[in-house]
Design a protein around this ligand. Structure first.
Ligand code: GLU
Length: 294
């Protein structure tokens, strides 16, 4: 299939419209934000980016929606704090990512900074937040799974915004870029949410790498064209591109469980408000049962 074929007209227009409306009307939403959406070029937590994300989340809260935030950035923020720019606290950090033990330790430094920023930022709206750290194994163990969902249900009932991250200090096998894409999908499915929004530093899923290829076109919807889209992004992207593959897989998982998902740009103005207003934003994943031609 050509790039154009994937980008245009590949998904039933009515299904797209229906899904957009369902996404707008979602009562319970998981919002996932990646490290790039929260840190600056020196890997320090970027207060402006973080405040924008919080303002976007508050747009949904103001509409009465329950919001669960899945936030990366712990390792990144740890690098920012203890890496080269860390002043007198700087340690000999080998950029963290390849050294699993360093990354785990860095995550514990960064996670507390991350939560301090979130708490302060949400406090501006008098919005309480909670921190939950989980591993994939927690969600696979029935008793822990129940405890997790019960805790989140209680928090949501109380109007708290849970901020979830992988428990990187103990999740040895799992600390990889993109893990939170899968974690956010598992959390969304576990909590029976009506919408997953994955925010990233590009504006959605493209037919090529939009950072390098001026002809790359936004794929507006993914449904029956899923296999073609996967093939296309497999060819046109590298892991350096920030794992659009895992975002697509996570969004598709949620769509296969019957809920819409959106991959959109964290820098897009009023990104969550746009989705809640039913405006075309990023790449929309149509629930697989919702498309007539599939
Ligand atoms: N849990 C990791 C962190 O907070 C990020 C994993 C990911 O980027 O998906 O740094």
């Amino acid at each position: 299939m050509t790039s154009e074929g994937v980008a245009v007209g590949a998904v039933d227009a009515e299904a797209v419209e229906r899904t957009r409306t369902a996404a707008a009307e979602a009562d319970r939403v998981v919002v996932k934000a990646g490290t790039n959406s929260l840190t600056d070029e020196e890997s320090r937590l970027d207060r402006v980016k973080l405040d924008k994300l919080v303002a976007d989340v508050m747009d949904l809260r103001r509409r009465g929606k329950e919001v669960v935030l899945v936030s990366s950035g712990a390792v990144g923020a740890g690098i920012g704090r203890l890496g080269n720019g860390g002043g007198s606290a700087a340690v000999d950090v080998d950029e963290g990512r390849d050294e699993i033990e360093e990354s785990q330790a860095l995550s514990t430094v960064g996670q507390s900074l991350l939560m301090r920023h979130y708490t302060q930022s949400f406090d501006r709206y008098d919005q309480p937040v909670a921190q939950i750290l989980v591993t994939g194994a927690d969600l696979d163990t029935p008793e822990r799974f129940d405890n997790f969902t019960n805790t989140v249900e209680t928090l949501l009932e109380w109007g708290v915004v849970p901020v979830i991250n992988e428990n990187d200090a103990v999740a040895t096998d799992e600390l990889r870029i993109g893990d939170n894409d899968m974690l956010s999908a598992s959390v969304a499915i576990a909590l029976g949410v009506d919408l997953l929004v994955t925010l990233t530093d590009v504006d959605g899923v493209y037919t090529g790498n939009p950072k390098r290829d001026a002809d790359a076109a936004l794929i507006e919807a993914v449904g029956a064209n899923y296999d073609a889209v996967r093939e296309l992004i497999g060819e046109s992207t590298t892991s350096e591109f920030g794992g659009i593959q895992t975002k697509v897989e996570g969004a598709r998982d949620v769509a296969e469980h019957g809920a819409p998902a959106v991959i959109a740009g964290s820098a897009t103005r009023d990104v969550l408000e746009r989705i809640a207003a039913g405006k075309p934003t990023g790449t929309l994943f149509v629930p697989t049962a919702g498309e007539t031609n599939e």
